[in-house]
Design a protein around this ligand. Structure first.
Ligand code: NAD
Ligand code: ZN
Length: 387
């Protein structure tokens, strides 16, 4: 594994600045595991993961690009000989059954048996894949996540969903397999490219809309700084990450079996998934969700569910974070409406949406936190292109 000296230096610098400004560890207790959030914590990850899952050995499944930057740090946090790196290519194209099979075989061939835990090092792709390897290896061994993208820190590593894509669709094959520990070192974001930071901020703003108006405004204000943040901006990143995680955890904890409340996390995602699909995935998930949040907030206003002005505030915040807020003109509204019907949230004819009542609160508690919306309302919300 090669180190990338500039990244390593920046990480060190960020640690000096951040620990001076904010020497804090946030521990969030989930049923069965703890999420530890602290700048610099990756260097204690091995000790924490060993305390959470006392297995003999640890197989680290790492995104190849991330392994080059931070693999040595994570490996060095385990006792000598206790852990080993297994790499996988970067990006959604590697979240496949083929990667799952290759990794499973490599780990087995290296002599790893039942007394093993898997550790993921990477973004949501690596976490979902490593989680699925862990869920199936010898009928299930523990997995710990060390997320390295903003999206994985605040979203993908929490909640226990794992899986891979197949030609029939994204996340077609998978398992529910909650982690034994999640170790969040926001300083790892020092090398995350701007587009991936924006994608994560879309979800952070979503968490603000769901549950916390103060946080929403704060992220909106900080967004340009968070996108550009080098070592000096990492203190703000730590706060942003910690609160977004707390919000998701609160929702997941209150609805472990996914019977209702978790629906709220789908805000922006019904239209978002449709936009991704119709664009043939040329529009990234975070961008599609940003567009989806605007359209769905407009739907909520049209239905009289949301306070007027909600959609405009969301639009302003997303635009400030450099995210798109309108459906590109080449995507036909009719195609988007049709695509929402193929989404798994379409039950018994009516497509159901998780809708806000204002910034900081969701509507529809009495209807399982989702509201059936007529296609004509969706069409109307899609038709408005200017704000
Ligand atoms: N399990 C869940 O509940 C859940 C929730 C949301 C999303 N997801 C899944 O997450 C995936 C998307 O995750 P993602 O956005 O993290 O994508 P990703 O894992 O592909 O990471 C994005 C890119 O960033 C690079 N990267 C990662 N960390 C880096 C770092 N610290 N510095 C520099 N580069 C870095 C990666 O190499 C990759 O190219 C999707 O497959 C989605 O289905 C899962
Ligand atoms: Zn999402």
């Amino acid at each position: 594994v090669n180190f990338e000296p500039t990244t390593t230096d920046e990480y060190e610098r960020a640690r000096l600045v951040t620990t001076r400004e904010l020497p804090v560890t946030h521990d969030i207790a989930m049923p069965g595991y703890t999420i530890t959030i602290s700048p610099g914590i990756v260097e204690s990850a091995g000790v924490l993961i060993h305390a959470a899952a006392r297995t003999h050995r640890y197989a680290i499944i790492a995104d190849i690009a991330v392994a080059a930057r931070f693999g040595g740090r994570l490996l060095g946090s385990f006792a000598p000989g206790q852990a080993q790196l297994f790499t996988v290519g970067s990006g959604e194209a590697y979240k496949t059954r083929q990667s799952w099979a290759r990794l499973t075989d490599e780990i087995a061939d290296a002599g790893y048996g039942r007394d093993t835990a898997i550790v993921s090092l990477g973004g949501g792709v690596t976490g979902d894949l490593a989680g699925f390897v862990a869920a199936t290896f010898m009928r299930g061994i523990p997995v710990a996540h060390v997320p390295t993208t903003l999206l994985a820190m605040i979203d993908a590593s929490i909640g226990g969903k794992t899986g891979v894509d197949t030609p029939a669709g994204k996340n077609m094959v998978g398992a529910f397999h909650p982690p034994c520990a999640v170790i969040v070192d926001p300083l790892l974001l020092i090398s995350l490219p701007a587009p991936d930071r924006r994608a994560g901020l879309a979800e952070a703003l979503k968490h603000g809309v769901i549950a916390d108006t103060v946080y929403f405004e704060r992220v909106a204000t900080l967004a340009p700084k968070l996108i550009a943040a080098g070592a000096e901006g990492m203190t703000a990143m730590v706060e942003t990450v910690a609160r977004a995680i707390a919000i998701k955890c609160d929702v997941v904890r209150r609805d472990e079996r996914e019977q209702g409340l978790r629906q709220v996390l789908n805000f922006g995602h019904t239209i978002g998934h449709a936009v991704e699909l119709v664009s043939n995935y040329s529009i990234a998930h975070g961008e599609a969700v940003a567009i989806g949040m605007v359209i769905e907030a407009r739907i909520a206003e049209r239905l009289g569910v949301a306070e007027s002005g909600t959609a405009d505030r969301i639009t302003t915040a997303l635009a400030g974070a450099g995210l798109p807020t309108a459906v590109p003109s080449e995507l036909a509204p009719g195609a988007i409406v049709s695509a929402t019907r193929s989404d798994k949230k379409a039950r018994a004819g009516a497509v159901r949406y998780a809708l806000p009542s204002r910034i900081g609160a969701m509507a529809g508690e009495r209807d399982g936190w989702s509201i059936a919306v007529n296609d004509t309302v969706v069409h109307a919300a899609l038709g408005v292109r200017h704000n």
